[in-house]
Design a protein around this ligand. Structure first.
Ligand code: ZN
Length: 426
């Protein structure tokens, strides 16, 4: 705590420190509710009960798939929306005319705990060892949810009444169908003057994130019997050439695209094939080859721009091959989310960086989230300044995923101070 911290801030920080056991216990409750994407209902109940116990107005509803899919930002999902509600808790500001509203956002869904045999802690147990709390979702991102909920709880418990509304949204479907839960909440009418998405960021204030397109390239060949292979065109060979060329595309695009918030990452525009499929029958020349993967974008260009870049690159590659020239590889984009960055002079970013500096002594430089999350929905479609900020942990999506307990408390303090400073105290 710095010497010049105001009395109000000291009161908030003390309250968060008193709530250390509360953050830990609530995170354990969240982890003990296994909420692999598609089965979030069990964790939604834990969130709704907690928010209700804090005296918030709580809204729990199943996503309307028809309304969702009519929106251009909706991403494909393979699950039904029944019995896996989104939950929003609303603290009604004590003096909305003088305060600004704030949205705190976290996704409750997690990825599978497989392979469970590789864990040394129960993935659904919330076990603690040496200042680390273990479990699937501890880092991505139930730790952040615990911080944001207890941040508001600590402010209220200190006897303080935020002037503006504070909304807490615990949404489904980020690990598959990224953005859909947050989009459903936006479509239900929940907006705010600013938003913190509480994904783990190692306590760094990240007012930007990458976007991405998921692409599927079909490279056509022509099947024939292997004993007369001169009558066919080997789809594997053609596909392999396209696969190799993607590496040049990555290097070329990374050479001419950059953004200051992402300067620390060695590759600006990662292009990563993650599926390659070819071959139809033994002894048959492969009829075609399908390559799927992600292209990760930077703020500055939208995904439509990148789709066009890939398309024209494939045309250029095809023009060098007599067969491909007449059978240009087909491109489909099956998923997309937009990159964004807040302006340098954003008052909300400044408020958060100020709170982080106050709590941590020194906050790291502003940077961009090196991946996707729901934040773009709130920035691009909700038109709210949006920052990604959360605790420190490791092994997201891996065995022995954990979050650092001291960082949970620190992140909670930063969020609690931001509530007070951004929303005002009535
Ligand atoms: Zn996440």
């Amino acid at each position: 705590m710095s010497a010049d911290m105001t009395e109000l801030h000291q009161r908030i920080v003390r309250s968060v420190e008193e709530h250390r056991p509360t953050v830990i216990a609530f995170l354990q409750d969240l982890i003990k509710a296994p909420s692999v994407t598609g089965q979030e209902g069990v964790c939604a109940v834990v969130c709704a009960e907690k928010l209700t116990s804090m005296g918030l107005e709580v809204d729990t509803w199943d996503t309307d798939p028809t309304e969702l899919r009519a929106h251009p930002a909706a991403n494909p999902s393979s699950f039904s929306y029944e019995g896996r509600p989104n939950v929003v808790g609303r603290y009604q500001g004590a003096n909305p005319a003088s305060g600004r509203s704030l949205m705190l956002n976290g996704h409750v869904d997690v990825v599978t705990a497989e392979s469970v045999a590789k864990w040394t802690h129960d993935p659904w147990g919330g076990e603690i060892a040496e200042n680390k709390l273990y479990g699937r979702g501890a880092n991505d991102m139930k730790g952040g949810i615990a911080c944001m909920v207890v941040a508001l709880q600590s402010v209220l418990a200190a006897g303080l009444r935020p002037a503006g509304d504070v909304l807490v949204e615990c949404v489904i479907e980020e690990e598959e169908g990224v953005g859909n839960g947050t989009l459903a909440s936006l479509l239900r009418g929940y907006t705010a003057d600013a938003c913190i998405v509480t994904e783990a960021t190692d306590l760094r204030v990240q007012p930007a994130m990458r976007g991405a397109i998921r692409w599927k390239i079909t490279v056509e060949g022509q099947s024939s019997h292997g004993v007369e292979k001169w009558k066919g065109v080997d789809g594997i060979e053609k596909g392999f050439a396209v696969w190799q060329s993607l590496r040049y595309f990555q290097d070329a695009m990374s050479g001419i695209n950059s953004h200051p918030y992402f300067a620390e990452y060695p590759i600006s525009i990662p292009v990563t094939p993650d599926v390659i499929r070819a071959g139809a029958w033994r002894g048959m020349v492969a009829p075609d080859c399908v390559i799927e993967g992600y292209l990760e974008t930077l703020p500055g260009h939208d995904t439509a721009y990148w789709e066009e870049q890939v398309r024209s690159y494939l045309h250029a590659v095809a023009s060098t091959d007599p067969w491909l020239r007449n059978h240009v590889p087909r491109l489909e984009v099956t998923e997309r989310y937009e990159a964004y960055a807040e302006d340098d002079d954003s008052p909300f970013v400044a408020a958060m960086q100020c709170a982080a500096t106050e709590v941590l002594g020194e906050a790291g430089p502003l940077s961009g989230l090196n991946g996707g999350c729901d934040a773009y929905i709130r920035h691009v479609y909700g038109h709210a300044p949006t920052v990604v900020f959360g605790p420190t942990g490791d092994r997201a999506h891996g065995a022995d995923e954990y979050v650092d307990i001291d960082s949970l408390v620190a992140a909670t303090k930063v969020m609690a101070l931001t509530i007070a400073d951004w929303c005002g105290i009535a």
